[in-house]
Design a binder for this molecule. Structure first.
Ligand code: FAD
Length: 439
């Protein structure tokens, strides 16, 4: 009997353990993706656009191997069981995932598939090291990154698996419409489509990975915080949708001189996933409640969202987010610190806004990092001071990043770009800072 491979956030053919295991069984394979309005109606338009491209690319790769990609729209579990009936499939393979939504979906799939006489098997592949694989003595997950990182490398046990070369859809199953058809086109999703957003798919992701490994990766440790240089990989959306295997990326980077500092970031990604697996409420509840008092400040929040706080480094980050559907990690920390530590607006508001625009928006990474910055997460120094002016001068010393993203400040010379309110002629059309910034 055929095996269904239910693709979710693992949109690739190379190093795709759920797919490889289905092919190994020898029976026909039915690759399936279900556009589930429970997800897509709430997803960022940037993510939906990326997803459309990723699905077209995946369909092309599966067809090139003699198969195809069945696309359906509806409730994931119901559609999967329906396709199992249509094809007489006896098994469903999928990649294990950690968010509250993914865990509930998987539990339902197991239940309803069993009732329909279909087996379900879950595989690794979303992270380098599966959540729950390194378990600390006396606990169910690592709460602090450094001890996790110490054991993480020795937990990379799985081998990278090759892409299948010979596939074939069972007779009588229609592939269905295009990705645009099933994803609801331009009407689906929230937020605006960013004009400079990154395009999606496994081929584009692999091109980006090899450019990165032969380019910036070796100097990542020295340059990654330089806002203007943009000296990071820009692979986060590719990893978020699984167009790139995190394990393959980690192995390739380990073989690159200086690559270990970058691999450490992949461990951060795994870290947040293992926290989320153990604490699925991460999107709504404080991981470490500290009794923080939050303010209602709708005006401040809106100014922050629109990049009009009057603090150049904050506005530059927020405007990069709007125009690219991406923001540099240092800028994410600065903008998140401004909202939670200076305006004292609840981190959930910031995380929600990031999620409506980030192409790489991911519950575990987004909420884990927001909580880290807000002091409710796994930071061992939750009360650390965050001096915005110091950050601005240190990580954008020439003001190049600010001038690139904040048009009103493009012609402001010298160091005034960090503190335009002090300029002899303050720039026209740029707001005064929402808060007083100490040196
Ligand atoms: P690189 O510096 O090249 O790093 C390589 C990869 O490592 C990234 O692609 C990413 O997958 C992973 N990574 C790097 N830093 C982190 C980190 N701190 N936590 C987890 N994974 C990391 N990342 C997301 O993928 N999705 C999000 O929704 C997200 N939200 C964030 C929100 C806030 C407030 C902050 C401070 C960080 C957030 N990050 C998120 C983490 C990080 O900012 C991005 O992964 C990174 O900026 C992506 O750029 P890059 O691919 O060039 O990263």
């Amino acid at each position: 009997r055929p095996t269904i491979v239910l693709f979710t956030r693992d949109l690739r053919v190379r190093d795709q353990p759920a797919l490889a295991a289905a092919v190994d069984r020898g029976a026909p394979v039915v690759p399936l993706f279900v556009a589930d309005p429970a997800i897509t109606a709430r997803a960022a338009r940037n993510r939906i656009a990326y997803l459309c491209e990723a699905l077209s690319d995946l369909r092309g790769a599966l067809r090139a191997a003699g198969g195809g990609l069945v696309l359906r729209r509806g409730d994931t579990v119901r559609e999967t069981i329906r396709v199992a009936r249509e094809t007489d499939a006896g098994r469903v393979h999928l990649s294990a995932d950690v968010s509250a939504f993914a865990s509930a979906r998987s539990a339902r799939l197991h239940r309803e598939a069993a009732a329909a006489g279909v087996e379900v098997a879950e595989f690794p592949g979303v992270t380098v090291v599966p959540p729950g694989e390194p378990v600390p003595a006396g606990g169910d997950h690592y709460k602090v990154f450094t001890p996790y990182w110490r054991v993480w490398e020795s937990c990379r046990r799985r081998d990278v698996v090759a892409a299948p070369t010979r596939l074939g859809l069972p007779p009588g199953i229609a592939e269905g419409g295009s990705p645009e058809d099933v994803l609801g086109g331009a009407d689906e999703g929230v937020g605006d489509l960013s004009p400079l957003r990154q395009s999606g798919g496994e081929r584009a992701a692999r091109r980006r990975l090899s450019a990165w490994l032969s380019g910036g990766c070796s100097s990542y440790e020295q340059t990654h915080d330089d806002l203007a240089a943009a000296a990071t990989s820009r692979l986060s959306a590719d990893l978020r949708f699984g167009c790139l295997s995190p394990l393959e990326a980690a192995e390739a980077a380990c073989a690159t001189p200086g690559g270990r500092a970058w691999v450490r970031q992949l461990a951060w990604r795994d870290f947040h996933h293992q926290v989320t697996a153990a604490f699925p409420g991460i999107a709504v509840r404080d991981y470490r409640p500290r009794g923080a008092r939050w303010r209602d400040d709708e005006e401040g929040l809106e100014a922050w969202r629109r990049g009009r706080t009057g603090v150049p480094i904050v506005d530059a980050g927020m405007r990069q987010l709007m125009s690219e559907g991406f923001m540099h990690n240092r800028a994410r920390m600065i903008t998140a610190a401004f909202l939670t530590r200076y305006l004292r607006v609840h981190w959930r508001n910031g995380a929600a806004h990031f999620h409506t625009l980030l192409t790489d928006g991911d519950i575990a990474d987004n909420c884990g990092n927001w909580q880290w910055v807000a002091g409710t997460g796994n930071d061992t120094r939750p009360n650390r001071r965050f001096n915005l002016l110091r950050q601005s001068r240190r990580f954008d010393p020439e003001g190049t990043y600010i001038r690139r993203h904040v048009a009103e400040l493009a012609d402001l010379p010298g160091a005034d770009v960090h503190t335009p309110w002090r300029a002899r002629t303050p720039p026209i059309g740029y707001p005064k800072p929402l808060v007083e910034l100490g040196e």
